[in-house]
Ligand binder design. Structure first.
Ligand code: PLP
Length: 424
């Protein structure tokens, strides 16, 4: 940055300009040229599933008729949504979130990314009582999109997780209870399932942490973008319920509607009220399309069935397919690899312990061959200690076609095999 830029840009702007994480990932998604050689294993776009798209198309077409259209296009919502949408969401979500929700517990935002940009700033940085509070990510790697959302610098803290071998070439990250420390912490955040690893934190670990956070009145943000109640990609793990002290975030993106930009926050009345102030200032209003689509989806009770009969079977079979494709190719090419147990979501988190280049360099070598992956180093905000996984892991989506996964696996394996410190 030049001196003039220092003059006209805030330190937050400066930090955002340096951030190559979420921006590089989303730009990769947006710069897809459609070239037949392109292999898109990078961003978190959901798959195009014809049965799901048919449902969404019918709803969209019904909304394109009068009288809905006039209001959909021509009227603002209240900042976090009009009351009748909030009432409907409270009523529809209550049985799935094990709570008796009221409209005062519901806020709609323009995607859960938008919700987090408010929630993280709401609970961290310089506080009204004069203290300074940090955001604890109790397990890293954690979602790339949280980093840099805060106006204040250096608010994330994290400790390395326990790495537990679970089988040949397999491992799992577990909560590091010994290092768990709430000193100076204003809020905790997890995604469940975790993006990027597909980990699903157990309810007992969650309760263990909440025994401690509740004593100090520290809120817990739980990001359910891939979780229950929809798309419900949680394998055999138990669903999360709403309880006081938790702020849950749901999204329409991973059911197949990322272009609609609808995020739903479930929290206590005070937090929802505060979000309304943030939303009024930052957005004026939540967009209409997602809410109108939600009204039909909730009234017809479509989402539980869609999740159970279409989304889950689709992603689970894709996961098994991808595991088969990648492990066979890695074995064949002599690649030293470990894969995190993919318990949910739609990513594989792969470690190359013998890699002689960094994961970021690997990303560039893959991109030169039109293979898009995500370098793992972005997923450790707040971690200041040395942890080899920050340098030798990558994230891959398995939402793509078998043929594309196979070509991607081959290119990746060739590059890794030629950059291993020691061959197996
Ligand atoms: C864990 C997680 N949270 C939140 C988001 C943001 O999603 P959206 O803003 O589309 O709801 C994503 C997107 O990839 C995600 O993976």
């Amino acid at each position: 940055m030049t001196e003039t830029m220092d003059q006209i840009y805030s330190s937050w702007a400066h930090r955002l300009r340096q951030n190559q994480g979420i921006r590089s990932l989303m730009e990769d998604l947006g710069q897809v040229t459609g070239h037949p050689d392109e292999i898109l294993l990078g961003g978190g776009n959901p798959a195009h599933i014809p049965e799901a798209e048919a449902i969404f198309r019918d709803i969209f077409l019904s909304l394109a008729k009068e009288p809905s259209l006039t209001s959909l296009l021509g009227d603002y919502q209240a900042p976090i949504g009009n009351d009748h949408f909030r009432e409907l969401a409270a009523e529809s979500l209550s049985p799935y979130l094990g709570a008796n929700l009221k409209k005062e517990n519901i806020a709609f935002l323009n995607g859960s990314q938008n919700a987090y940009s408010f929630l993280l700033n709401l609970h961290s940085g310089p506080m009204a009582d004069g203290s300074f509070q940090k955001i604890l990510l109790p397990i890293v790697p954690e979602y790339i999109g949280y980093a840099d959302q805060t106006i204040t610098n250096d608010v994330f803290i994290a400790t390395p997780p326990n790495v537990v071998p679970t089988g040949k070439h397999r491992f799992r990250y577990e909560l590091n209870k010994e290092a768990f420390d709430l000193d100076g912490v204003g809020v905790l955040a997890i995604s469940r399932p975790t993006n990027p690893t597909g980990n699903i934190l157990s309810l007992s670990d969650l309760e263990w942490m909440e025994e401690r956070t509740r004593k100090q009145n520290i809120p817990f943000l739980i990001d359910l973008a891939y979780g229950n109640p929809f798309p419900n990609l949680i394998g055999n793990e138990a669903p999360i319920h709403y309880e006081k002290g938790r702020t849950l975030s749901l999204s329409f993106s991973k059911i197949g509607l990322p272009g609609v930009r609808l995020g739903i926050v479930v929290s206590d009345e005070e937090t929802i009220e505060t979000l309304s102030s943030f939303a009024a200032v930052g957005n004026l209003a939540v967009g209409n399309l997602g809410l109108y689509m939600m009204e039909i989806l909730f009234q017809k009770k479509v989402l539980p069935e869609l999740s159970k009969h279409i989304l889950r079977p689709f992603y689970e079979s894709k996961r098994d397919l991808a595991l088969g494709v990648f492990t066979t190719t890695f074995e064949k090419m002599g690649v030293d690899y470990e894969i995190h147990d993919p318990m949910g979501g739609f990513f594989l988190w792969v470690r190359f312990p013998s890699l002689s280049i960094t994961n970021h360099e690997l990303y560039h070598l893959c991109k030169d061959k039109r293979l898009f992956i995500v370098s793992g180093h972005y997923f450790f905000p707040g971690l200041n200690s040395d942890f080899s996984h920050t340098k030798d892991c990558i994230r891959l989506t398995y939402c793509r076609k078998e043929e594309e996964l196979a070509r991607g696996a081959q290119i990746l394996a060739e590059i890794v095999a030629s950059h291993q410190a020691k061959s197996k």
